[in-house]
Design a protein around this ligand. Structure first.
Ligand code: 4NP
Length: 163
């Protein structure tokens, strides 16, 4: 199974989610069966490292942010099983590129945020890029609790599939 995490620049939110989700998948023993990768809808930063403010927040929480290089969303991402978008704008940009029969596999990342009340609209993961350091810390906190819930659901689906 492959999960694509998509934001705008692929230097702040989706790479942070990529690093955290991969760490959680490894810890849950799903590292071999679920692959998570990230990209942005814009081409601006392709090939660049993570934004240093995101990298610092990740590294101070014990993650390795050094291996990321930004990638852009395009046809090679279309057959990922799940395409998780960070905000409504990324969501619309992805849907505009994807063939209609693939729209079902695109969901907002915070669909799994345990702090969102069932039935409420799924909120955006706010873009921290033009703000201060607290925005980057908040992004990591939302990503960690959302990835915990997502991995729990993946473990449940895997258990349900066992004969
Ligand atoms: P991201 O944040 O989409 O979370 O990677 C941004 C990064 C760069 C820009 C905007 C948002 N930018 O305008 O260059």
């Amino acid at each position: 199974m492959r999960i694509a995490l998509v934001c705008l620049g692929n230097i702040c939110r989706s790479p942070t989610a990529d690093v955290v989700l991969n760490a959680r998948l490894q810890a849950a023993g799903l590292g071999g069966s679920v692959l998570a990768d990230s990209c942005g809808t814009a081409q601006w930063h392709v090939g660049k490292e993570m934004d240093p403010r995101s990298a610092e927040v990740l590294e101070s929480a014990g993650y390795d942010a050094s291996r990321h290089r930004a990638q852009a969303f395009g046809p090679e991402w279309f057959d990922y099983d799940l395409i998780l978008t960070m905000d409504a704008s990324n969501h619309a940009d992805v849907l505009a590129q994807l063939p209609p029969e693939r729209h079902e596999q695109v969901l907002l990342f915070r669909t799994w945020d345990p702090e969102v009340e069932p039935g409420d609209d799924v909120p955006d993961l706010p873009d921290p890029w033009s703000g201060g350091p607290e925005g980057f810390r908040e992004v990591l906190a939302v990503i960690e609790r959302t990835c915990d819930q997502l991995v729990e659901d993946l473990l449940e689906s895997e258990a349900a599939e066992q004969p």
